[in-house]
Design a protein around this ligand. Sequence first.
Ligand SMILES: *[C@@H]1O[C@H](CO)[C@@H](O)[C@H](O)[C@H]1NC(C)=O
Ligand SMILES: *[C@@H]1O[C@H](CO)[C@@H](O)[C@H](O)[C@H]1NC(C)=O
Ligand SMILES: *[C@@H]1O[C@H](CO)[C@@H](O)[C@H](O)[C@H]1NC(C)=O
Length: 748
Amino acid sequence: MCVRAPMTRLGVLAVCCVVSLVMSPTLSADPTTRVMDEVIEADPTTHSMSLLMRGAKPSQPDAYLCTAYPVTDLETYIYKFQAQANASTAHHMLLYGCDGPAYSTADIWHCPSVCRGQQTILFAWAKNAPPTELPRDVGHRVGQRSNVKTLVLQVHYAKGFVRNESPDHSGIIVHMTDRRPKFVAGIFLMMSTWFQVPPHRESYPVDMSCVYLEQKPMYPFAFRTHAHGLGKVITGYLYNGTYQLIGKGNPQWPQAFYPVEDVIEVKPGDSLAARCTYDSTHMDQRVGVGATGSDEMCNFYIMYYTDSSVQRPGAECMNDQLPELTGAHFPSSVSQPLPPNPQLEEVASGHHHAHHQHGMSGGQGGVAQVHTTQVHTTQTPTTQTPTTQTPTMQEIHFDHPLQLNTSWPGVELTVGQVGGVSVDQRGNLYVFHRGSRVWNAASFDIDNNFQFQDSPITEDVVLVTDSTGHKIRSFGAGRYFLPHGIQVDHKDNIWLTDVALHQVFKIPAGSDTPTLTIGHRFQHGEELTFFCKPTDVAVLSSGEFFVSDGYCNSRVVKFSADGKVIKAWGEKNLEFGVSPPPGTFDVPHSVTVSEGTGQLCVADRENGRVQCFDLEGNFDHLIRHKEFGPRLFAVEVCPLQGVLYAVNGPAYDGPSDLTVQGFTVDMSSGQLLESWNIPQGLRNPHDLAVDPTTCGSVYVGELNPRVVWKLTRADRSTTPTPHLHMDTQIVNNNKKNQIGQAGPSDTQ
Ligand SMILES: *[C@@H]1O[C@H](CO)[C@@H](O)[C@H](O)[C@H]1NC(C)=O
Ligand SMILES: *[C@@H]1O[C@H](CO)[C@@H](O)[C@H](O)[C@H]1NC(C)=O
Ligand SMILES: *[C@@H]1O[C@H](CO)[C@@H](O)[C@H](O)[C@H]1NC(C)=O
C-alpha cells in the first residue's frame, strides 16, 4: 500500500509501506521534557483531542483505514502524542495533517488517499512504542489558520475481525496548548523525482541537493528514510562549508523517524545534500521511480523545528540541484551500509512487508545506537544572520525584482487571446493572437480536426510594436485559423505555428507572407512530415530549427534550415500518477534554445516541468519546483544571464491557492532564483518572451484577459531587493486533461 506524500502531482511519490515508530523513547525520557510537560498540563490553555478510529471492523488483516478530525481552533499547538492502541490489533498508525479537507467525508475510508490537498506526516507509531513527545518548547501548529486544518488518523490493521468481535477504536490522543511555543515543528522532504537504477549494480547512487531557502534556520531533530526493495542506505547532510551528518538510515528497517544525533542548525543559504544507495545485483532490468513495490523511490525526511514566527513550516527539495556537493564530493562513507541490527531487521520483516520486494537488497546492517542517542533538545538554538551565499555555488543574483512596467499600455494594446509573444534583436515585440477567435470545445472534433476550415480569422493576428508599445505594423488577416506560437529568430525572420492548420510558417524579416511552410494544411499525423497541433518553434543561428509538436503528438522535431526533418524525439507519457520519465511529454507547449551551452528546453505543460536536452535530443536535466504547480506553460532562455524564464498556469481542479506567476531559474543548476508577478496577478498566461539583447524586459501574453504585460527590473532605490523566496503552496493535482481535448470553457 502506498500513501500519497505531501505535494505535487509529480510527487505522487508515495510514502510506501511501513512507516512506524517515531522518534525514540529517549526523547520522552529527557527529564527536562517531562518537567516542561507538567508545567503545560497544569495550564488552563491546554487541552487534548482523541483521534480514534470510529469503530472499524476490517475483515482482512493488512487493511489501511483512515478517519478524519477537523481542527476547529484557529491556532493551537500539539506538543505530545499518546498512542492508544494494541499492537495485536494495530500494526502501525500514522497521523497526517491536511491543509484542507480530508480525502473523504466518510467516517472511515480505505486509504491510501488521505488529504485533498497538501499533507504532512505529524506522527507515527508502531509496535507499542511508548508515548512520544516533541522536544521541549516545540509544537506542531494546527488549526484553521495553519496548514494543518484536518487531522487524519491512518491505522494499518494487524488482523482481520470476526463477525461478533467488537469494533476497533484504536487511535492517538494529542495534547495541545494554545500558548505559542518558541518553536514550531515541520517536515523538510528531500526527494528524487526521476532516476533509474540500472541492473546488476551493487552500489548505485541517486543524489539530491539544494539550497535551504527558508527565511529562518531549521533545527533537524528526527529523520526518516524511504526507499523500496533495492534501497540499501540513505544518508543526508547539511553542507555549510563542511558536511554535517543529519542522519543515515537503512530503508529496510522500520521507516520510522529516528533522532538526529547532533544539534544541527541549517541556516538560510546553507545547502542540503543526500544520497540513496541501491543494490540491484539481483535485478535483470532497470528500475524507475514509482509508487508500486516494483518501482523505487528516494526520500529523506527531516523533522525539524524552527522559529514559531514561521507561519507554514515545511518545505522540500527535489533532485540534484547542486552537483558540486554530491557525487564524488560526498564524504566517502556516504554509501557505506549501516552495520547489521537483528532486532530492527526482525521488526521490519513483519507481515506488513508482504508487498515489498524483499530479499533483493539483502538487509544490510543497522545501528542500534541510533536509538540510544540523546537528543540535545534543551539547548536553545541561537539565531544567526541569514546568509544567501554558499561558498561553492555560483549564484545568479538580480539587484531588482521584475515588476510590471507601468508605462507599458497593457490592456490598451488591443489583442485577442494571445497565442505567442517574441522579441526581436531591436527590442520590438511580436504578438501572435487570435483576434476575435476563441479556442473552445467546438473548435476541433474528437479527432483533432478543425471545425471551421472556411473561416480564417478576419483581423490581423500578428502585431508588431516597439518596446514602448507603439504599433509598428500588423498583418495576417484572412490567413490563420488558430494562432499559437511565434518566434522571431536572430535574423528577424518570423516563425508561426497554427494549431488548426497543423502547420508551421516562416516569414522573412519585414515581410508578411510565408516563404516556408511545413506540415499539411488542416491535416495532422504522426509521420514526421505532419504535425498535430504544433505549439512553438526555436531557431539556431545556422537556420536549423526545432518544433514542439504539440497537443496530440508528443515530440520535438529538428529541421534543417530548408525545412527537412533531421530527427525527432519524445513520446507521449502514458504513465499516470508517477513522475513520467524524461523524454515523455504531456503537451510540449513551448521550446527554447541556448545555443552557447547547447541546450534546448521544453515546457512539458501538463507535467508541470521543464525538460532540457542537448541539441541532438539527448536528455540533460529536468527542472521542477513545487511553485510551478501542475501546469507549466512557457519557457524562454536568456543566454546572456544563463537563466530560464517560465510561466505556469492555473490548475484544472487543483487548490485555488496556487499562485499563477512567473519564475526565473538558473539554467545549469535548475535552482529557482525568483518568482515574479504583476500586482493584480497573472491569470492565464500562455507565453512569454525575453528581450534577447539585454534580457531586461520580459513580456507575458495571456489568453484571458487578452493582454500582453511587460515587466522590467525597476532601477529605483525604493524598490525592495528580491528575496529568493520559496512559496509554501503545494499542489496536488490528480486530474489531467486529455491531450488535445479542451473542456467546454478551456482555451488553450
Ligand atoms: C492487546 O490485545 C491482546 C489480544 O486481544 C490482549 O490479550 C492484550 O491484553 C491486549 N493488551 C493490552 C495492553 O491491552
Ligand atoms: C556548520 O554546521 C554545524 C552544525 O550546525 C556548526 O556546528 C558549524 O559551526 C557550522 N559551520 C559554519 C561555518 O557555519
Ligand atoms: C519601462 O521599461 C523601459 C524600458 O523598456 C524603461 O526605460 C522604463 O524605465 C520602465 N518603466 C518603469 C516604470 O519601470
